[in-house]
Write a protein that binds this ligand. Structure first.
Ligand code: SAJ
Length: 407
């Protein structure tokens, strides 16, 4: 039996996937409400294919509990925030989970850490705690790092099809864990050491952050000299060795906007490009605010008062608002756009999160003169016609209406 600890965006789909492929699974989370919701037969977030996977797992008997179970294998998938001042990883949740495992596991059990951690975290923060608790790694407890790679919006597909990395102290333990993931994973599973697995995961997200920052910097250059950045990227990408990502209103989510900071925090002085990329991407919400003012000025619209932000989530077709560029913009908008009434709408966010939030597209549109497309949800793509009478700033390059403004 596998005890999956942490039933959030990664732990839950992983637990469901294992269970629906014949592995006995108990999911554990300390959030009582979350466990109660799952036990009542409801999923806790929206994700393509998740409800069906959940039903399949329920049919074969997956269970959810607040308690850690006594078993030989644990998969830990809890948050790993970073400390905003030191930029270093804050390992407290992973540590707490591992310490709780030690209280319940039999001798020789294996703890698989799926949470993203900075290189060396397991050596620096986890092993000393295990030792201090009187346990010896490799004897009393085996450690494995199996970072996840699935992308929100396509998690269920990617769980099955992505390649994976498994870092283990002991090759045989790594191979045993590989065989568990191979119950559902059709991709290649590489077994390596723990530190290599830690670094590889952070490198993947940092690579994407830098690529997006490059696109964002190009957007600023092109804006300053009247060039069309999207057309330039489209044509450049026709080169067989060029693949530039898309500019946007900022990089949100709990992964790409966080993981590069781990490297900046741990290797100051060696992380020039990585730090510059973080700053460029973090500066994009401010650039969007600047674009709003610029467009109004260019159009001579000093009397336009009503600006609407379409989209609160960090990207399209998900309900996750962590590190969302729209939320960052709202924090800064009061000073930058004082006097303008900012309206907000997102079809994925049902509860009231911010002032002037609407829950129906038509009502939102009726209350604004200018629409800033912050997120390219399918809903807005299917309703572009409704923006015909509006001033539109499209930060995602999805709107083809005449006169649309872009980054
Ligand atoms: N974004 C752009 N331009 C782009 C692509 C993305 O502005 O061309 C923005 C998005 O709008 C969003 C942010 O970047 O705000 C991040 O979105 P994303 O779709 O690039 O990635 P995440 O954060 O949803 O998921 C990433 C993935 N990592 C990589 O592709 C290297 C995923 O595979 C990881 O599993 C995930 O991080 C994670 O959990 O680490």
């Amino acid at each position: 039996m596998i005890n999956v600890i942490g039933l959030g965006y990664i732990g839950l789909p992983t637990a469901l996937m294992l269970a629906s492929h014949g592995v006995e699974v108990i999911g554990t989370d300390y959030d009582k409400e979350l466990v109660d919701t799952l036990n009542a037969g409801k999923t806790t977030f929206k994700e393509n294919g998740l409800d069906k996977l959940f039903q399949d797992a329920l049919k074969v008997g997956i269970r959810f509990s607040y308690d850690y179970q006594t078993t030989d294998t644990y998969i830990v998938s809890v948050p790993t925030p970073y400390d905003k001042s030191s930029k270093r990883i804050d390992p407290r949740y992973v540590n707490a989970a591992v310490m709780s495992v030690l209280k319940t596991c039999p001798k020789g059990a294996t703890v698989v850490i799926e949470s993203t951690v900075s290189p060396g975290t397991i050596d620096k923060y986890i092993r000393p705690e295990i030792k201090a608790a009187g346990f010896t790694t490799g004897k009393d407890i085996n450690l494995v790092h199996a970072p996840e790679r699935i992308i929100p919006g396509n998690m269920v597909y990617e769980l099955v099809h992505n390649n994976r990395t498994i870092g283990a102290d002991d090759r045989a333990v790594g191979e045993r864990i590989k065989s568990i993931y191979a119950s559902f994973c059709q991709g290649e599973i590489v077994v390596t050491d723990i530190k290599t697995a830690e670094m590889t995961k952070v490198v993947e997200n940092t690579y994407r952050d830098i690529n997006i920052a490059f696109a964002n910097e190009l957007a600023k250059i092109c804006r300053s000299d009247n060039m069309d950045v999207n057309e330039i990227i489209r044509i450049a990408n026709m080169h067989p060795r060029v693949n530039i990502l898309s500019p946007g209103p900022g990089v949100g989510g709990h992964c790409i906007s966080v993981d590069p900071w781990f490297l900046v925090g741990d290797y100051p002085g060696l992380t020039n490009i990585i730090l510059a990329a973080r700053k460029i991407n973090d500066g994009m919400p401010r650039f969007v605010i600047h674009r709003i003012s610029q467009i109004m000025k260019e159009m001579g619209l000093t009397d336009v008062r009503r600006v609407g932000l379409y989209g609160l989530t960090y990207k399209e077709n998900v309900d996750d608002v962590r590190e969302s560029p729209t939320l960052q913009m709202l924090e800064r908008m009061d000073d930058a756009l004082s006097g303008r009434l900012v309206q907000v709408y997102d079809p994925y966010i049902e509860k009231d999160m911010v002032p002037n939030q609407h829950h129906k597209l038509d009502e939102f549109l009726a209350s604004v003169d200018m629409v800033v497309i912050m997120v390219g949800h399918n809903e807005i793509k299917e309703n572009m016609d409704k923006l015909k009478s509006k001033i539109v700033l499209d930060t995602r390059n999805i709107c083809n209406l005449p006169g649309v403004h872009r980054l």
